[in-house]
Design a binder for this molecule. Structure first.
Ligand SMILES: Cc1ncc(COP(=O)(O)O)c(C=O)c1O
Length: 379
């Protein structure tokens, strides 16, 4: 599809990076009714709405078990604990991720070992293999920006060394690799429902999913104080449950989720068509780039020459962009004890930029953003 390169628009638009309030007001009446229904029933913790959402999520992801938890970080901690990963173990993960992925590994007593990304910005299997040691217990691909890693390459490395795959799919819900959902390849997978996520609630929320029945039992105990179905405490656990209110909101929003994904893919293809010829940019893989990947564009993250100047230029046009995680890959948090050098990741972080990507963007907004970027590089 070709996006027309229009002349510079006369009026400056105001395009937020993520329009939190607008997305609520667009469905305010229905969302308020959903919340009223929960509150009028006084059903707040681990009740019908939570169970129904867990079932809907499991069906959608084609996975046996889904457990709603307090947030996507707890989801990783609980998954790792349930797998018995802890003190003395190492887990390899990309440095191009939110601190939460590494923090979860640290919080269970294990060591996060940070690895490089490949050309598609995802965890690089060859680099992972170099970092395997006798202490490596797990490989944690992060399904970043709404794309699933090449899970075959990672599984081959895991199999060669007898280590497990555990997946941080906080940003990956709805994306697939060879038709299989992000989050369902490893021993467990985790999702975040943080408000700006693909499927966002109105606060914090997360889920752990697994196809392993025994692991599912441990996860169910861990998220609710180690209590079994009779309320008897049979293990040490956490208080980490998805509120019913959030679960009901998520069930409501889930109905629109497939069409929202299509919209995100359309926006991505408009960016692709409008910006693909600019030599100053390196775009993420487009929706049709590789038939093995179905990407859902949690974010549209590109690499740009003169990135900071471009950002400033877009600001003057009313377009808000973001440099992910304030421009710092995890291994550069030296205060946390990391000393590893990851030049590819560093180079990516000097150039990376996220354009607005959400379902409130109109075609006209996207054309305006494309025109503003083209105008910058024309100068
Ligand atoms: C890649 C990644 N992992 C983990 C998390 C943690 O999720 P939460 O914020 O719900 O704890 C996030 C959320 O931003 C994330 O982007």
């Amino acid at each position: 599809m070709k996006v027309a390169h229009q002349p510079e628009p006369m009026t400056t638009k105001s395009i937020p990076f993520f329009p939190y309030a607008q997305l609520f007001t667009a469905r305010e009446r229905e969302l308020t009714a959903v919340m009223q229904d929960v509150c009028r029933r006084g059903a707040y913790i681990l009740q019908k709405d939570c169970r129904e959402f867990e079932e809907a999520l499991a069906r959608y992801m084609k996975v046996k078990h889904a457990f709603g938890v307090a947030n996507g970080t707890d989801a990783i901690i609980i998954g790792l604990k349930a797998c018995g990963i802890g003190s003395g173990d190492e887990v390899i993960l990309p440095s191009h991720t939110y601190i939460a992925s590494a923090a979860a590994v640290h919080m269970v007593g294990a060591s996060p070992v940070l690895a490089e990304i490949g050309p598609d910005h995802m965890l690089d299997a060859a680099d992972v293999e170099k970092r395997i040691t006798p202490r490596t217990k797990g490989i944690m691909p992060v399904q970043i920006n709404g794309r699933t890693c090449d899970m075959e390459a990672l599984q081959r490395v895991a199999d060669r060394h007898g280590v497990m795959i555990v997946e941080d799919a906080a940003q990956g819900l709805g994306s697939t690799f060879k038709g299989r959902s992000a989050g369902t390849f490893g021993k467990f997978g985790t999702i975040s429902f943080y408000p700006a996520k693909l499927l966002g609630c109105f606060g914090d929320g997360g889920a752990v999913v697994t196809n392993d029945d025994a692991l599912a039992e441990r996860i169910a105990l861990l998220r609710d104080h180690g209590r079994n179905a009779e309320g008897r405490v049979v293990a040490w656990g956490y208080n980490s449950r998805l509120d019913n209110l959030q679960a009901a909101i998520l069930s409501f929003k889930m109905k629109d989720f497939p069409s929202e994904i299509q919209r995100r893919r359309k926006v991505a293809s408009m960016y692709q068509a409008g910006l693909g010829d600019l030599r100053e940019l390196a775009l993420p893989p487009g929706p049709e780039a590789d038939p093995r990947h179905f990407d859902v564009y949690q974010n549209y993250e590109l690499e740009a020459d003169r990135r900071d100047e471009l950002r400033q230029h877009l600001e003057t046009r009313g377009i808000r962009t973001i440099v992910q995680w304030a421009g710092t890959p995890v291994h550069q948090f030296r205060e946390l004890g990391f000393s590893v050098e990851l030049p590819k990741t560093d180079s990516f972080f000097r150039r990376c930029l996220m354009l607005p990507m959400n379902v409130a963007l109109s075609d006209d907004d996207v054309r305006y953003i494309v025109a503003a970027i083209r105008d910058f590089y024309r100068k």
